[in-house]
Design a protein around this ligand. Sequence first.
Ligand SMILES: [Zn+2]
Length: 78
Amino acid sequence: MKCEDMLKALDLHLEGGAADEACAEFLRHMAGCERCRVVVDTIRNTVALYRESDTAVEIPEDCRRRLEQALRERWNKR
Ligand SMILES: [Zn+2]
């Protein structure tokens, strides 16, 4: 699993629609990749913020896009 694939898996993960298999691979990759761990932490914090401030769990589309872009920039820096 490549870091790029993490974004796709992450989307499924956030939407709660990830298959067990995809989820396991996702966690396995995260265990061995510090970059993705940092990224997922950031996303978790963002999601937590939304959960606190609003009844809706869903992350707004524009926010998600910005997040995704930030992740790509971070990844591309290496
Ligand atoms: Zn990674």
